[in-house]
Unconditional design. Structure first.
Length: 334
C-alpha cells in the first residue's frame, strides 16, 4: 500500500483541536478562576471539605471553547484534604497560575484533571509581611470565616465621590454587611475613592468617611484612593487635575483625617504616584503609602507600607477575583 503523506497531513489539519485547552485556566464568571476538566471529574472526594462547582457557561463566552461538550470550567475549593484530617484552604488551579513565591502546591491528588492541576494554597506571611485584601460592593463573599482565615486584614471601601459634575458622595452599599461579618475575625481598614477637585471637597470626603465609621473598629490608616475615573475618555471631574491641585487635595484629606483623630494614607498606582502626585510632599505629611503594581516585580516607588500586587487574586470563601496586597510595616497593629 502506498503511503500518501500529503493526505495524512490534510486529514490531521482537519481534525478539531478538541483537547487543546483541557487542564487550562478558565473564567467561571461569578465563581472566579477554574480549570477546564470533564464534568464528571468536578467532584469532592471522600474526606475532603469545600465545594466543587461545574460551570458550563453560555454562548458566546464559553469558558472552555475548544474542548469537547463534556468539558466544563470547574471551580473547586478545598478546606480539608482527602485524608480527612489536614486543614488546607486553597483552590484547584493550573500550576502555571500558582506562583510558589506566594503559594504552596499540594501534591496529594486533591484536584481533577492531570498533573498540571494542583491545589493552590496561599502562604501565610511571616510576621514581617502580612497579606491583606481590599473589597467593595463589587466583591461577593460566600464564606466569611474561611476568607478571614486566609488573610491578615481587609480594607473595605467606605464610599466614593461620583465622577459627574455634581460629585455626589455615596456610601458603599456593602460596607455594613462586610464589616458586620469580618469584625472580630481579622484586622479591618477602610478607603475612600476620591474625585475631589478642591481642598474643600477633599476635606468634605474626609469628614464623610469618618462619619461612616462611628462604632467601628479602625485598625489601618484611612486611605484616600486616587486614580483615574471610569468615565468615558477620561472625562471624570478629577481626571484632568494638575499635579499641584491633586497633591493639595491629598494633603487636605490627610490633615483632616488626622484632625478627626485617625491615621491617614494614600493609595495610588506606581505610575500615578510618579506622574500625577507630588510624592515627596505626601510622604512629608507622614501618611501611609499603599502602592499598586500588578506584577511579580516590586514597585519602583521609593517607599511604601503596602504593595497591591494583583487585582485577580483568589481567596477561599470569596467568589471571583479580589485585590491582594503585601503589607511590610505594622500599620494595623498585628
Amino acid at each position: 500500500m502506498r503511503f500518501n503523506l500529503k493526505y495524512l497531513v490534510t486529514a490531521l489539519l482537519a481534525l478539531p483541536s478538541v483537547f487543546a485547552y483541557i487542564d487550562q485556566p478558565c473564567n467561571a464568571g461569578p465563581y472566579g478562576e477554574g480549570v477546564c476538566v470533564k464534568e464528571s471529574a468536578c467532584i469532592m472526594h471522600a474526606g475532603q471539605e469545600g465545594s466543587a462547582i461545574p460551570y458550563p457557561g453560555s454562548a458566546p463566552n464559553w469558558p472552555c471553547p475548544e474542548d469537547p461538550a463534556d468539558v466544563i470550567c470547574c471551580v473547586k475549593t478545598v478546606t480539608q484534604l482527602r485524608d480527612g484530617v489536614t486543614k488546607k484552604s486553597g483552590i484547584c488551579k493550573n500550576i502555571n497560575n500558582c506562583p510558589t513565591s506566594s503559594n504552596e502546591i499540594i501534591n496529594t491528588y486533591e484536584c481533577p484533571g492531570s498533573e498540571k492541576v494542583k491545589l493552590c494554597v496561599p502562604k501565610k506571611s511571616s510576621t514581617t509581611q502580612h497579606e491583606i485584601i481590599d473589597i467593595s460592593e463589587f466583591n461577593y463573599i460566600n464564606d466569611y470565616p474561611t476568607a478571614a482565615d486566609n488573610i491578615h486584614g481587609v480594607i473595605m471601601r467606605i464610599g466614593y465621590r461620583g465622577y459627574g459634575y455634581a460629585g455626589t458622595l455615596v456610601k458603599d452599599a456593602s460596607l455594613e454587611d462586610h464589616y458586620n461579618v469580618f469584625a472580630g475575625r481579622t484586622k479591618i481598614g477602610y478607603y475612600f475613592f476620591t474625585q475631589a477637585t478642591t481642598i474643600a471637597e477633599a476635606e468634605e470626603e474626609a469628614i464623610f468617611a469618618v462619619n461612616q465609621l462611628s462604632g467601628k473598629v479602625v485598625d489601618f490608616p484611612i486611605y484616600w484612593d486616587s486614580e483615574g475615573s471610569t468615565a468615558p475618555n477620561n472625562s471624570g471631574r478629577a481626571d484632568g487635575l494638575t499635579v499641584a491641585t491633586r497633591t493639595a487635595c491629598a494633603i487636605a484629606f490627610i490633615n483632616k483625617i488626622k484632625e478627626l483623630g485617625y491615621r491617614a494614607g494614600v493609595y495610588a498606582s506606581e505610575y500615578w504616584f510618579r506622574d500625577n502626585l507630588d510624592f515627596d510632599q505626601i510622604v512629608n505629611t507622614g501618611a501611609s503609602i499603599w502602592v499598586a503594581r500588578y506584577s511579580d516585580t516590586v514597585p519602583s516607588t521609593s517607599q511604601y507600607d503596602a504593595w497591591q500586587y494583583t487585582s485577580s487574586g483568589n481567596i477561599p470563601g470569596i467568589s471571583g477575583n479580589v485585590d491582594r496586597s503585601h503589607v511590610y510595616t505594622n500599620v494595623a497593629g498585628w
